[in-house]
Design a protein around this ligand. Structure first.
Ligand code: C5P
Length: 284
């Protein structure tokens, strides 16, 4: 049995995002295409016999006690009734609140990793149901495949998307996701589209319905969308703050990234269809 695991906790992009309605619980019904990219944090999970869930001290600045990875570990501990505990450490690369799913990914990696470390053998469906209690974006990170998502993002169908090189720019501000979703001007009247239609990449439906409201509320994001659109179609991921564009080659992505990097934190990342977490777990 492994006493500790170090696992990548990857980022996602929303290649498109439609808001198709508001539910009675206040959450929004949406349609989105989630795609994994090769940017990730690293989580190290070590098993403990005393049943405690502890954060290693160097995470204090990144995460507080009531954070998503501690909540994920406690949820799984409670659900499985294991007597074991864990020490959790994280090496953060992904920006928090950037629309790349970092927090949700960390929670999912904790659930999947501890399931392995504690030898619980719970199926992904069960972990995804637990994960949904922590956030709407957690389930896709549990299953680890690019997906068409409906509901609040939890009704998932694995899909294979093209895998371009992305330039991802962080406009340097943080977005309030509930603020965007509660904005009265949020586009909420889109008609649902079919998955088949959505998979015809580049269709007019490939837009992000949060974009108009986010641009209005956060002018620096509007500025980055406008700047990047001079080079390739630009889009928001999730409710932002990050903005991205797809390029066919690494060289062309890097050329634009070099220009962007003079103004904003910028990454070049390859699109993936499977999560690096699941590839890494297979090696343990
Ligand atoms: O689930 P998550 O913590 O990511 O959601 C943050 C907030 O975003 C929710 O409290 C809700 O206000 C809003 N939200 C929503 N509809 C979704 C996902 C999130 O209204 N499908």
């Amino acid at each position: 049995m492994n006493a500790a695991l170090t696992l990548p906790s990857p980022a996602k992009l929303n290649r498109m995002l439609h808001i198709v309605g508001r539910r009675e619980d206040g959450y929004h019904a949406l349609q989105t295409l989630f795609q994994f990219i090769d940017l990730h944090d690293h989580l190290t999970l070590a098993s403990r016999d005393d049943g405690e869930i502890q954060l290693s001290s160097d995470i204090e600045g990144v995460y507080h006690d009531d954070n998503l990875i501690v909540r994920a570990a406690r949820l799984l501990q409670h659900h499985s009734r294991t007597p074991l505990g864990a020490t959790l450490a994280i090496e953060k690369q992904l920006p928090m609140g950037g629309g790349l799913g970092g927090g949700s990914s960390n929670a999912a990696t904790t659930l999947v990793g501890l399931n392995h470390l504690w030898q619980l053998n719970l199926p992904f469906d069960e972990l995804a149901r637990l994960g949904l209690q922590l956030g709407a974006d957690v389930p896709v990170f549990i299953y680890g495949h690019s997906a068409w998502a409906e509901g609040v993002g939890e009704q998932l169908t694995a899909v294979t998307l093209d895998t371009p090189w992305f330039v991802i720019i962080h406009p340097g501000i943080s977005v309030s996701t509930p603020g965007v979703f509660q904005d009265p001007q949020l586009t909420r009247d889109s008609r649902p589209i079919t998955m088949a239609r959505a998979l015809q990449g580049g269709a007019p439906e490939w837009r992000n319905d949060c974009e108009a409201v986010v641009k209005k509320r956060y002018p620096p994001i509007a500025e980055v969308l406008h700047w990047l659109a001079q080079h390739a179609p630009s889009r928001l991921t999730g409710t932002g703050a990050c903005v991205f564009a797809a390029f066919e080659t690494q060289q062309s992505a890097q050329a634009i990234a070099q220009l962007a990097d003079q103004h904003w934190p910028t990454w070049v990342a390859r699109g993936l269809n499977t999560s690096p977490l699941h590839d890494a777990l297979g090696r343990y």
